[in-house]
Structure formats: structure tokens, C-alpha cells
Ligand binder design. Sequence first.
Ligand SMILES: NC(=O)c1ccc[n+]([C@@H]2O[C@H](COP(=O)([O-])OP(=O)(O)OC[C@H]3O[C@@H](n4cnc5c(N)ncnc54)[C@H](O)[C@@H]3O)[C@@H](O)[C@H]2O)c1
Ligand SMILES: [Zn+2]
Length: 361
Amino acid sequence: MLNEAKFMKMKKRERLIYFNEEAYDILKNYLLHQVDSIRNIFILVDEKTYRHCLPILFHYIDFLEKSNIIEIKSGEKEKNIYTCIQICKHLEKFKATRKSLILNLGGGVITDIGGFVATIFKRGIRFVNIPTTLLGMVDASIGYKTGVNLDSIKNEIGSFSVPEFLIIDTHFLKTLPNSEIFSGMAEMFKHGLIADKSFWKQMNQIQKNIIHKHEWGQLIHKSILIKQKIVDQDPKEKGLRKILNFGHTIGHALESYFMNINKKILHGIAITMGMIYESWISCKINGLSISDYKEIKSTLSALYPIQNKISDFEIQKLFLIMEHDKKNEKNQIQFSLLKEIGKCSYNCQVPYSLIKESFLI
Ligand SMILES: NC(=O)c1ccc[n+]([C@@H]2O[C@H](COP(=O)([O-])OP(=O)(O)OC[C@H]3O[C@@H](n4cnc5c(N)ncnc54)[C@H](O)[C@@H]3O)[C@@H](O)[C@H]2O)c1
Ligand SMILES: [Zn+2]
């Protein structure tokens, strides 16, 4: 668990995040010197990371082939407490101890589940995150949140937990479908919008048709630093960290609404739409200029399939979902809104009429 003492210790560590080849050297060294036996190393993967990512990890650290592999099915549906119990039973069966370590090799689903299991098993064992999706690298594995869903309620059970460290290897992205790249990219655009205008401008250079050939390393690095800096100032989301929710109040409502009618849309597309609507609201009540709003809308809608018209019926449903958002306070829907590109406010209350208008523009 992220108690203050552990958090301070973690902050004093020189670095928590390592990149590419250097990262494997650090991990190898750590495993050789800080874990007493290969039997104490467990690697959590899903079906796809078993196939695409495990061979890469073995290529760099060959003795891991003798470690204990825990494979679960791919997908958000697996992110529940029952999967955690299965993993705990596996750890128990193979005699995991307090000295064991879990390497979470996968996207946000794997790092969320694996981090949470590591927090609760025997009251806490060590874990290392090796994210293999773009969203995992720039978002899910950064910021100490772990957890699972409770039925359809996202991330209802969880903890704040600190991994030993994080390994970022952009080679994993080669096998990732384009749609998943777009999903992660949306969070990177968000990081620029809320905290770093020059990063937003850099992200604007990305061209849709060559997405896979893009040189991701430097952009991922920058994006991680932006999120990490925000989280370090407010790890438990008492204030500033809320700016990371920009685009997510409306975005989450859209995601849940489409899921409820069996028309699943990617998280990245939902929050991109959310960012456009919430930018318009920002323009109306938070000082965002019209030219900034237009730039945001044109950049994002050139890359993402944005549904333009939301019907009255859909708007009513979206309000019902937003009213139950767990981030609400005092029965008010809470928004994080832009002041300008690169600056964001939080705890903003928005009149219902304005939220409704944003869907109609
Ligand atoms: N803890 C946090 O702070 C935080 C923040 C944002 C999101 N999340 C969570 O992250 C999850 C979404 O993460 P995600 O988008 O990475 O989803 P995911 O883990 O389901 O991965 C997406 C898909 O890509 C596959 N995959 C993973 N790596 C691959 C690779 N290298 N090549 C080919 N296929 C690969 C997976 O098997 C899966 O089918 C959600 O559950 C969300 O709640 C957590
Ligand atoms: Zn998100």
C-alpha cells in the first residue's frame, strides 16, 4: 500500500522508470541480486502478451524462461476479483512467499490486476510493471493506482501501490493493433492539453496514415514525465491530480453508454469526444480561447472518428451516468476544464444546460 513512508522512500529513489535496453540490464541485475530464487519470480501475462511479448522478455533475460508463468485470458472482462483469486491460488500452489515478485507483462488490464494481487497477497509482495500497450506505458502503469472492476463498476476495488520499478520497451508496440495505438495516443494528447503546450504541438505532428512507423520513444518518455510530475505532487488525488480527468467526465459517460447498448467504443475515442465537448465548455466558462478550442477540435477530429450528433434520448442517458460518477462531490458533477492549451483547472461545476449544449454543437 502507498503509505506516506513508502511514498517518501520511493520519491527518494533516483529513478523509477527505465527505458529499452538499459531497462533490461537494470531488471536483470535486480532479479539476480534481490530475488533469492527463480522459483520466487512469477510473470503475469494474458493470451496475447504470452504470444507476442514473453519471447522478447526471454530474449533479454534468458533465465526468466525458468520462472513461473501465470496466463489469464485477454480483455477487460477478466479484470475482476475472481481472476485475482485464481491468481492468488496459483501463487499459493507454487509456494510464493513474502519474498516473491510478480512481473506484470501486459497492457493496463495486466498491470492493474497484477499490481492489485501483489498488494493483497500475503499483505503485499513486490511487483514490477512491464507495460506492453501504448496506454499502459503512458497512463495505466504510471501513478500507483491498481485495481479491478466490481461487475460493471470500473476500478471499484483497488489500492494505491508502488511498483519496484517500470520497464518501458517501445518494441512491444510493433504487434499492437492500430486501434490500441490510437487509444493510448488520446491520453498523450490529453497530457499536452492539460500541462504542456509544446508537447501538444509535438503530438500534432503525428500523421494518421503512418501511425505505426512513428518514432514513439521520445514522445512516450515526455508523456510519462508529464503524468508522473502531476501524480508526484498529489499522489492520492486530493486536488491537482484531478486534471488528469480532463475529457473523462463526458468520455466515461459515453464509454459506459455505448457499452450498455452493446456498441463498445474504445476508451481513447470516448475520451477524445469528451475532450472536444469539455473544451467547448472550457471555452464558455473557463477562459479557453475560441482559437484554442478550434485547434483542439480540428486536430482531434482529423485523427479520430467522432460521432457528431448525440440525440436527446442519448443525452438523457449520459446525464444519468454522469450523475453516478464516483468522482462527483456534494451531488455535483465535477469537471476539469482547460484555461488555455497547457493549463487546466479542476473541481469546476458546470450548469446542466451548458453540458447539454456541448453535445449539440
Ligand atoms: N491504473 C491506472 O491508473 C489506469 C489508468 C488508465 C487505464 N487503466 C486501465 O487500463 C486498462 C486498459 O489498458 P489497455 O488499453 O492497455 O488494455 P489491455 O490490457 O486490455 O490491452 C489491450 C489489448 O491489447 C493486447 N495486447 C497487449 N499488449 C500487446 C502487444 N504488445 N501486442 C499485441 N497485443 C497486445 C491485450 O491482450 C488486449 O487484448 C483498463 O482496464 C483501464 O481501466 C488504468
Ligand atoms: Zn483515460
